[in-house]
Design a protein around this ligand. Structure first.
Ligand SMILES: [Zn+2]
Length: 451
């Protein structure tokens, strides 16, 4: 094992170059939701970064954005695979950013820019962990592979096909995987996420008159916006937060004793007030607190209106009866639920309740997780105790989502360089310089420990 001091020295000595690589990547606005026009540029940047370290790189075309892969075969028995993504969320609203989203900068110990936390900062810190081992040890203790896709922020529609085609490359014997995101929580503790919830995202539409009408006709013409609101209201009881779609909870299995124990361990150190401050909320739903709040956070599926629009949205009044109305909804899924099943139940619900709602499109994937008894969990935990000086919180899965189910045949854990105020998907996205540095040491040490 390398002395920690040597690793720290490496990080300091190479800091400017790491930041240079990171900034070059952030300056490319890889917003796939807006067409992904910059993928080629991002991939050529990745190629340069990985080729410099001797990785064999390749680009797999898909129906959407290409998937970039890099492999460094050290002829070792174990392999560490990284799943990352080069695409980012749209940066709007721009005026809420202190510095422009695609012009990264460091202020007061934090690195700002769209994608720095989600997930370009992770990519670069992992790359420099490899560089560290090459320079300080002369070789890598494990084989290293990276899969960096360009459609994570739009639910990875083509990753499944890629994984199927490259199954042997990805899941070679004794491969473990580090997932894209992670970091420290509001209480300052590092975290390990052992999985993710699934997601089902839908766009709904209701239709009324063939064009917007004078709202005087509201007396006699059915309003599609009112109809949509009624349909949405029928999905969830606001008093109990129960999802009212028939048989919705049928497939869900009750939590095991072990799972409840994991959550109660988190509860002991959980700083509820701090999280409320970070989130900017006065209380959690229905005043939930302690174990009850955490159980709901981890174990409940959700039904969330993400956006809703119809009729006049501009300044001042305009008395119209709109021609159509739309809403976007997401359902976070717990293990055993599938997006297809949710869509079927949603269709049945609208039909049985006489709601004339069209499902315009949907996308999503199921939940997936690594059992906490897997030996990889222990190796990662021990590494983090050594590097960060405290026991990380271990979560059974993240209440967020990702296409982790595609990798579920190998152990997959999420750790990283973010923090509770990283503002992923929001203005002023950032990571702390200190975490960016420690993240490199953590990954390098993990590779040593794996071997
Ligand atoms: Zn994201």
């Amino acid at each position: 094992m390398l002395p920690l001091k040597d690793m720290e020295n490496f990080v300091e000595k190479n800091f400017d170059q790491a930041i240079e690589d990171l900034f070059r990547l952030i300056r490319i606005p890889t917003v796939t939701a807006k067409g992904g026009h910059n993928s080629a540029q991002a991939i050529s940047e990745l190629k340069r970064i990985f080729n410099e370290l001797g990785f064999k790189t390749s680009t797999a075309e898909t129906k959407g954005q290409p998937v970039f892969t890099a492999v460094l075969d050290s002829n070792k028995s174990k392999t560490l695979l990284f799943y990352d993504h080069y695409d980012v969320q749209p940066a709007e609203p721009f005026d809420l950013w202190t510095s422009p989203p695609f012009e990264p900068e460091i202020r007061e110990g934090k690195i700002y820019g769209r994608g720095v936390a989600d997930n370009k900062g992770h990519i670069i810190s992992r790359v420099f962990a490899v560089k560290m081992l090459q320079e300080l040890r002369g070789e890598l203790p494990v084989n290293v592979k990276f899969v960096i896709e360009g459609e994570e922020e739009v639910s990875s529609p083509n990753l499944g096909e890629f994984v199927e085609k490259h199954h042997n490359f990805l899941f070679a014997d004794q491969t473990s995987c580090i997932w894209e995101f992670g970091g420290k929580n509001a209480s300052g503790f590092q975290e390990i996420w052992a999985g993710v919830k699934g997601i089902c995202y839908v766009q709904l539409k209701t239709m009324g008159p063939k064009k917007d009408l004078h709202s005087a006709y509201g007396a006699v013409v059915k309003n599609p916006a009112n109809h949509l609101v009624a349909a949405l209201d029928s999905l969830r009881d606001d008093k109990t937060d129960k999802i009212l779609i028939e048989n919705y909870y049928d497939t869900i299995i009750p939590p095991s004793e072990e799972l409840l124990q994991t959550i109660s361990k988190i509860e002991k150190e959980f700083d509820e007030e701090k999280l409320k401050t970070v989130l900017g909320v006065k209380e959690f739903i229905h005043g939930l607190t302690g174990m009850e709040m955490l159980k709901k956070y981890y174990l409940s599926p959700t039904c969330t209106i993400c956006g809703i629009w119809s009729g006049w949205q501009g300044e001042g009044g305009k008395t119209v009866l709109p021609a159509e109305a739309h809403a976007k909804l997401d359902f976070r899924l717990v293990p055993k639920q599938t997006p297809e099943d949710v869509i079927q139940k949603l269709r049945n619900h609208f039909r049985d309740h006489n709601f004339n709602v069209e499902i315009e499109w949907f996308e999503g994937y199921p939940a997936a997780f690594t059992p906490l008894t897997d030996p990889f969990v222990q190796v990662v935990e021990e590494t983090m105790i050594e590097v960060y000086g405290h026991e990380p919180w271990i979560h059974p899965w993240s209440p967020g989502s990702g296409p982790l189910h595609l990798f579920a045949e190998i152990p997959v854990l999420s750790i990283g360089v973010g923090n509770a105020e990283s503002n992923a998907h929001s203005p002023n996205e950032n990571i702390e310089v200190e975490d960016f540095k420690l993240g490199q040491i953590c990954i390098a040490r993990l590779m040593e420990k794996m071997a």
